[in-house]
Structures are given as structure tokens and as C-alpha cells.
Design a protein around this ligand. Structure first.
Ligand SMILES: [Mg+2]
Ligand SMILES: [Zn+2]
Length: 160
């Protein structure tokens, strides 16, 4: 079984400017991210991204924009020598429709846990929002709440 560090995207991987991030030009990796992820990688963790992208439901941007941003993100991960097992995103928003994937619901985490045979007892979900912690609780993995845009390295003492 895998041990996984699940990562929220906006505010954890990339700088969250306080609104939706859907343009490659505005996608900026939080400084020091890959130093932290490489330490976790050396400890045997793999990574899966779990992100709400309700801007799709609100028609602020579309699936193609998300794909472009994720390609760009993955290229930077590749250059840093860090693999991402998968990316799950919820395109819904509660103002327009109900779903069971939008965090704090846990369907994205649960799908990933099943598909990648994740050991929940040895896995974590790092996010900057209370909804991330709700999803972690609902899925049964340990949540680590960080301050948005804060370097991950400051929180590694919470991970075995
Ligand atoms: Mg976030
Ligand atoms: Zn959803």
C-alpha cells in the first residue's frame, strides 16, 4: 500500500492570490515547495492533488483552462524530479449544483484512496482551508492545515 501526501492546490502548491487561478501566467509555485516535497519523497511519500475548481461551474473558466494550468504545473514538478500520481478536481459549485466531490465532501479523496491503494493510516492531506480539513476527516486521513501561501517546509514536523 502507498503512503500519500494529498495536496490541495491553490495556496499550497501555488500562490493563492485570493481569487481563482486559471491562467498559466498567474500560476506561481510557492517558494520552496519542491524542497519540501523532495524531503517527503525521500521518506517514501507519493503525491496526489485534490482541488476544488468551482470557477468552472460559475463559468469563469473551463476544463481546458484547468488542463493547461495542470500541464504547466506538472512540467514544473517534472523539472524538480517530483512525480504526481494524479490530480482530482471538482468542477462544481454549491451556488449552482450539489455534488459529493466538492470539499469538504470526500469523494475525490476516496476515489484516489481506492484507485491507488493508499494506506490511510500513513497518509495526510495538506490544505489551507477548513474545507480541506473537513474532507480529510470525512475520508479518514490526517489533515494538516497550513496558512495559505506559507512554505510547506514549515509544517514537515507534523509528518512522520
Ligand atoms: Mg486552497
Ligand atoms: Zn463536485
Amino acid at each position: 500500500m502507498r503512503k500519500v501526501v494529498f495536496l490541495d492546490r491553490d495556496g499550497v502548491i501555488n500562490i493563492e492570490p485570493g481569487q481563482y487561478t486559471y491562467q498559466v501566467e498567474k500560476f506561481t509555485i510557492v517558494p520552496g515547495l519542491f524542497d519540501a516535497l523532495n524531503i517527503l519523497k525521500d521518506k517514501g511519500y507519493q503525491f496526489i492533488v485534490i482541488t476544488n475548481q468551482g470557477g468552472i461551474s460559475k463559468e469563469i473558466y473551463n476544463h481546458e483552462a484547468v488542463s493547461s494550468v495542470h500541464e504547466y504545473m506538472l512540467e514544473q514538478f517534472r523539472q524538480a524530479g517530483v512525480d504526481v500520481l494524479d490530480i482530482y478536481y471538482c468542477p462544481h459549485h454549491s451556488v449552482n449544483e450539489q455534488c459529493i466531490c466538492r470539499k469538504p465532501d470526500s469523494q475525490m479523496l476516496e476515489k484516489a484512496i481506492a484507485r491507488y491503494e493508499v494506506d490511510k493510516t500513513k497518509s495526510y492531506f495538506i490544505g489551507d482551508n477548513v474545507t480541506d480539513m473537513g474532507a480529510a476527516d470525512n475520508a479518514g486521513v490526517k489533515g494538516i492545515k497550513i496558512t495559505a501561501n506559507d512554505p510547506l517546509i514549515n509544517y514537515l514536523n507534523q509528518i512522520n
